[in-house]
Ligand binder design. Structure first.
Ligand SMILES: Cc1cc2nc3c(=O)[nH]c(=O)nc-3n(C[C@H](O)[C@H](O)[C@H](O)COP(=O)(O)OP(=O)(O)OC[C@H]3O[C@@H](n4cnc5c(N)ncnc54)[C@H](O)[C@@H]3O)c2cc1C
Length: 540
């Protein structure tokens, strides 16, 4: 068979990968985009509440199970990751969040001294965020209307979400009309990556306009198993189609890996790039000893507070078929109603211990008694709300390791959520803060019962036990092949996202970040994909 060759190969068509591939094609390069998952064209993915199905069981997801987490009493929890074109941007809750300026200025402080001298400061990344954005309300120094990613105010806001916003104001927090503006602090309504109830994923926004473009070769359900490296240069990839046939494709230019923070390190390790001892354990020939690959896993931990309502406030529980049918009908006929809600409408960024310091906690107000594997049977399935609290700058670090040298095996993932005592202390303070919100007007008079945690027992021991029992991922794994300073032994990438010691290879997804941003991670992942394309097109 003839050797198949492209200018560039992008491995993984997720939030970052779609953007990188599209930008390279627009730069007149030929690109092979290999996506392991399915097509993103499915009504469940398009409509905002589809998220609930995604979290709980769908072919569009892969469900990683963590190794038993000793500090959580041996509990293991799921980490769902996308298995579909568009990646996380096709399955997520669509909350549009960038993090805050200090996140990126801190990256820049780490990377600034590097020989390649790339600028990662807030001013440098803001241009990419704005460049990708088409906002339906804002157009100013922080926001733009000219980009391809549609960002909109919520299409539907439940009354209980409004009471949440008022209750937190009642506690002295300011109303924040724009969490992606000059300050994160306060309470308000999120913006979402959608328009008129239709998801604006990286796939829809960036790849759909290129349909039919001969420079882009997109292959779905094509799972990359390893990178081909010769003489210190990445020259191609080996991938398997659904019939089980193994193929090789080659790149004249570079290969960009964007398979997500749990799979990118696995692919690097299977290709001989990673901690030498660990690779040898699995009989993999070491090409570059990169001890940082798979290390430094960071994720945002979330813990729920669930309250039942004393009236028909919020959405009625789950598994209520006829109501969902009515909501669907209303959306089809009038384009209005609850289908326009991604299940979260309001939120907050607060610092419960020092209101004037940067926020330590992000909260999501979900206008439903949200029942999952951990809470089902424990909490009555009725009207109410769930507030999840998230530590935005966690100090806990975990890891991704190979289970075996077999590419079909999922990696072993240990995120160590809340293992660092400072993370637990921050989470406990966040829980107490938002329990108080439930006891503040106008929410207080609508709450029948705070179901979890037990409001009679809010001492440190009781809340620690609650957090250990219910903590799970906020779906933001990151930093497993991170950019770092020259001379940092755990730095996998330089500041231009190039894998250290290997030519022609970059990583451009959430694996690459030196630290996690304070807030959701989809827009940052897309920004990384955009920046990577710039580096490549500028020959940097
Ligand atoms: C359920 C859920 C809800 C979320 N909610 C939000 C939210 O509301 N707001 C927000 O900002 N963020 C949210 N996120 C997080 C955000 O979507 C992710 O951080 C972001 O999508 C990560 O982008 P990425 O490019 O790093 O990886 P991904 O988008 O995960 O892309 C990786 C891609 O690689 C593919 N792939 C994997 N292995 C292979 C292989 N071997 N060969 C080829 N392809 C492969 C995958 O199928 C996937 O398409 C959520 C995530 C999830 C899972």
């Amino acid at each position: 068979m003839a050797r198949e060759e492209f200018d560039y190969i992008v491995v993984g068509g997720g939030s970052a990968g779609c953007v990188t591939a599209a930008r390279l094609v627009e730069g007149n390069k030929t690109v092979l985009l290999l996506e392991g998952g399915h097509s993103n064209r499915h009504p469940l993915l398009d409509t905002p509440p589809g998220i609930f199905k995604m979290i709980n069981g769908s072919k569009f997801m892969h469900y990683h199970k963590t190794s038993p987490q000793e500090h959580l009493g041996g509990r293991a929890h799921d980490i769902p990751q996308a298995n579909v074109l568009g990646g996380g941007s096709s399955v997520n809750a669509q909350v549009y969040m960038r993090g805050r300026p200090s996140d990126y200025d801190a990256w820049d402080a780490i990377l600034r001294g590097n020989n390649d001298g790339a600028d990662w400061s807030w001013n440098a990344v803001l241009k990419h965020f704005r460049g990708m954005e088409d906002n339906n309300r804002l157009n100013n120094a922080f926001h733009s209307v000219d980009g391809k990613m549609q960002v909109s105010d919520p299409g539907h806001i439940d009354q209980i979400s409004r009471w949440f916003v008022q209750a937190v104001q009642g506690m002295g927090e300011p109303f924040n009309p724009d969490f992606n503006g000059p300050t994160q602090r306060g309470v308000g309504f999120y913006q979402f990556m959608n328009r008129h109830g239709r998801r604006s994923s990286a796939a829809y926004a960036f790849l759909t306009p290129l349909e039919g473009d001969k420079r882009l070769t997109l292959r779905l359900q094509s799972r990359v198993e390893r990178l081909l490296i010769e003489g210190g240069r990445a020259i191609g990839v080996e991938w398997r189609d659904t019939s089980g046939t193994l193929h090789q494709s080659h790149a004249r230019g570079e290969i960009v890996v964007t398979a997500g923070a749990l799979i990118t390190p696995k692919l690097l390790m299977l290709s001989g790039l990673g901690p030498a001892d660990h690779l040898r354990e699995h009989g993999i020939k070491v090409i570059a000893d990169l001890p940082g690959v798979g290390q430094n896993l960071i994720d945002h931990p979330e813990v729920p507070i669930i309250a039942t309502a004393n009236g028909k406030y919020g959405y009625f529980g789950q598994s209520n078929g006829w109501r969902m049918l009515m909501n669907g009908l209303q959306f089809r006929l009038f384009g209005t109603g609850r289908i326009l809600s991604a299940g979260v409408e309001a939120g907050a960024f607060v610092n419960p211990t020092d209101p004037h310091a940067e926020p330590s906690i992000q909260a999501f107000c979900v206008p439903i008694v949200y029942l999952d594997r951990d809470t089902l049977g424990l909490v009555e399935n009725t009207y109410g709300l769930t507030i999840t609290t998230v530590v935005v700058k966690p100090k806990s670090r975990g890891e991704v390791r190979l289970r075996s040298a077999n590419p079909a095996d999922m990696p072993i993932v240990s995120p160590n959520l809340l293992k660092h005592p400072d993370d637990m202390a921050a989470m406990i303070a966040g829980q107490r803060f938002f329990i108080r919100a439930l006891q503040t007007a106008p929410l207080a008079s609508r709450i029948r019962k705070i179901a979890i945690p037990d409001p009679e027992h809010l001492d440190d021991d009781a809340l620690t036990a609650h957090c250990k029992r219910f903590v799970k991922t906020n779906y933001h794994p990151a930093s497993t092949a991170r950019m770092g300073a020259d001379g940092d032994p755990l730095a996998v990438l330089d500041a231009r996202m190039r894998v250290r010691g290997i030519a022609g290879l970059r990583v451009a997804d959430m694996s690459a970040v030196p630290d996690i941003n304070a807030g959701n991670t989809n827009a940052p992942a897309m920004m990384l994909g955009d920046r990577c394309a710039d580096f490549i097109l500028d020959n940097q």
